[in-house]
Write a protein that binds this ligand. Structure first.
Ligand SMILES: [Zn+2]
Length: 345
């Protein structure tokens, strides 16, 4: 490695010596994960080739508790740069508010692709188109083929454009729990209510996609705790404004929250640099809490997530917290997610 690359790494990332959950040093290195918007932006911030970056920041799996975590992690200033200037607004949260899941938007984005030459802008448009196709309800094989075309790095033929445009007809209503709808789901709320007597409810993460509105509709006292984590968006500049939450329900710090009967943590936990400390705090502030996150114990945890969780690591976590846990791995059928409800023993 060139000496300037080494200096750069020393300034920007640090080595993670032990498992953030159980502190064991025993681990095995896992295979590569996919490039995405975050690896592209991080490679720009760090001024290093994207493939080189992915080769350096690897996923490792703890041999004791099965948690997947990164062997190196980014220093705070890099994370701040990523979330405060490069990807200022949470893309998935933002999709809840922007009317992108419709036929006209889809075909206009495809037409834009025909004229684009800038590779970054092409990648961006392709990502948007893939996210739309990923969210359609139909399981038609043509959709899978369309995604394959969009994922390929080859230049499109005119036939490819025709094929992609023909997929427009499948864009009707987004799938449940897809990024254009989020988790604002009546059945999900009812499911939780059957398990827990919910008198008060709090949530953290992105204010756009959770169950806050369901709680409010059900006349449950609701709070939203604004995240202060370095590896997450400053929602005050994005989804918090767009979600128009009543200011009275906002809590600036977890320590100011009065104990609630249920606390929800949706697609947030795997971002955190210190997940254990966070969850211990949540545990003292709630009678019950639940986690929804990617089920990635064996998988390819993307670059922006510090940890990857699955059944074994969640169980280990419940022992650590002396809580009972109920794990549902197939609740979100078409999405590989872990849904874990933690209750008192
Ligand atoms: Zn461990």
């Amino acid at each position: 490695m060139k000496s300037n690359t080494i200096t750069f790494f020393n300034k920007s990332i640090y080595k993670v010596f032990e498992c953030p959950l159980c502190k064991s040093k025993k681990r095995k290195t896992l295979g590569l994960y996919q490039k995405n918007l975050y690896s592209e932006m991080l490679s720009k911030i760090l001024k290093i080739n994207e493939s080189k970056l992915i080769n350096k920041i690897k996923n490792v799996k703890c041999k004791n508790c099965s948690l997947v975590y990164k062997n190196f992690w980014f220093k705070d200033k890099i994370l701040s740069n990523l979330f405060k200037s490069r990807i200022l607004i949470h893309p998935k949260g933002n999709d809840i508010f922007e009317n992108k899941f419709n036929k006209n938007f889809f075909s206009s984005e495809i037409k834009k692709l025909e004229n684009k030459t800038n590779s970054e802008s092409i990648r961006k448009t392709k990502r948007i188109l893939i996210s739309i196709l990923d969210s359609v309800r139909s399981k038609n094989i043509k959709i899978i083929k369309g995604i394959k075309i969009l994922k390929s790095e080859k230049k499109f033929s005119s036939n490819d454009f025709v094929r992609l445009l023909s997929l427009k007809k499948f864009i009707t209503k987004p799938k449940r729990f897809s990024r254009f709808i989020g988790y604002k789901d009546k059945k999900l709320w009812n499911f939780l209510e059957r398990k827990i007597k919910i008198l008060s409810y709090a949530e953290t993460g992105c204010p756009a996609w959770g169950l806050l509105e369901m709680a409010r509709r059900n006349k449950v006292k609701t709070k939203f705790v604004i995240s202060k984590d370095k590896n997450f968006w400053n929602e005050r500049k994005g989804c918090l404004i767009k979600s128009k939450l009543n200011k009275r329900i906002l809590v600036n710090d977890l320590k100011y929250l009065n104990k609630v009967s249920l606390f929800g943590i949706i697609e947030y936990f795997d971002h955190l640099n210190d997940p254990l400390r966070f969850i211990k705090n949540v545990s003292t502030k709630s009678e019950n809490f639940y986690l929804i996150l990617d089920d990635l114990e064996d998988g390819k945890v993307p670059i922006q997530h510090f940890t990857g969780w699955g059944k074994k690591s969640i169980k280990f976590l419940s022992f650590k917290l002396t809580r009972k846990v109920y794990i549902y791995q197939n609740y979100f059928t078409h999405k590989k997610m872990i849904f874990a409800i933690f209750k008192d023993l």
